[in-house]
Design a protein around this ligand. Structure first.
Ligand code: C2E
Ligand code: MG
Ligand code: MG
Ligand code: MG
Length: 269
């Protein structure tokens, strides 16, 4: 079969096979221990409003400190955890911790939200809505303090189910954002039929602002179309004042990136 499909397919097949082997052999047991040994932490990165640079929220980003000072990047272990199913206990831990943080922030600060990345598997394979309701109740976190970031794949895989669940969450005043927008296949007009409040433009487009006219045109167009469909727009990966200025001039609502702050532990916020 692989031979008929040609060289590229053989390559992809081998890559994904070795990835899976690595997943089961190395990661499985150690991921299990990560929670028990307290090796997981959440870091928080500010999201600011374009109009006045006020911080309106923080995105919770998972960190795995496998040895003191040595962090495994989520880009490395999250895809593996999604393959082995271990993402589910991991993701449950993330939500609990993020809700606790939201409560502490409300006590300390004011009206900022916590944005949490939602695992496709956690959403599709478990009763996510009851889990979240229980976590909110147990931590004392209000739904309006929480924002869910999901990728387009959640909506593509099982649309009717996803719409039904997201609709319920949104009725409870939880904000729904589409992450990494522009890297998947769905269009804004398609998203418009779904219960979504915000789109986060992927940072690969922002990275090209200075050098690629196409990226500037795309960002400008996405912002205008998204807003005309009543979505709010967040630009990800803002690293320079020029990028911040450009997306602000294009009418973007919110920005996030190293220019405003790297992800840091709660204590350093
Ligand atoms: P994401 O949700 O798109 O998160 C944004 C990523 O971009 C983060 O990487 C963040 O550190 C990074 N970033 C932020 N600003 C900048 C910038 O100005 N320049 C550059 N080059 N990068 C920037 P991180 O923390 O490594 O996370 C990678 C991905 O892992 C996330 O992408 C998200 O998809 C996933 N992830 C992280 N935490 C969780 C989690 O708790 N649960 C789930 N399911 N996925 C998570
Ligand atoms: Mg995200
Ligand atoms: Mg993103
Ligand atoms: Mg991403």
């Amino acid at each position: 079969q692989a031979k008929r499909l040609g060289h590229n397919h053989v390559q992809i097949y081998q890559d994904s096979m070795s990835l899976q082997l690595k997943a089961s052999a190395v990661m499985r047991s150690s991921l299990q221990e990560a929670i028990e040994r307290n090796q997981l932490t959440l870091h928080y990165q500010p999201i600011v409003r374009c109009s006045d640079s006020a911080t309106v929220g923080y995105e919770a980003l998972l960190r795995w400190e496998r040895e003191p000072g040595k962090f495994v990047s989520p880009g490395e272990f999250i895809p593996l955890a999604e393959m082995t199913g271990q993402i589910i206990p991991l993701s449950e831990w993330v939500f609990r911790r993020a809700c606790e943080t939201a409560v502490r922030l409300q006590e300390a600060e004011s009206t900022v939200k916590i944005a949490v990345n939602l695992s496709t598997l956690h959403f599709n394979r478990t009763e996510f809505a009851p889990f979240l309701a229980q976590t909110l109740a147990e931590t004392g976190c209000k739904p309006e303090w929480l924002e869910l970031e999901l990728t387009e794949s959640i909506l593509m895989d099982n649309t009717d189910y996803a719409v039904e669940v997201l609709q319920k969450l949104r009725e409870q005043k939880i904000t729904i954002a589409i992450d990494d927008f522009g890297t998947g296949f769905s269009s804004l007009s398609y998203l418009k039929k779904l219960p979504v409040d915000k789109v986060k433009i992927d940072r690969s487009f922002v990275a090209g602002i200075r050098t690629h006219r196409a990226d500037r045109v795309l960002i400008g167009s996405v912002i205008k179309i998204a807003q005309s469909l009543n979505f709010e727009v967040v630009a990800e990966g803002i690293e320079t004042p020029q990028q911040a200025e450009f997306v602000s001039e294009m009418g973007c609502d919110y920005m996030q990136g190293y220019y405003f702050g790297r992800p840091v532990p709660f204590e350093e916020l």
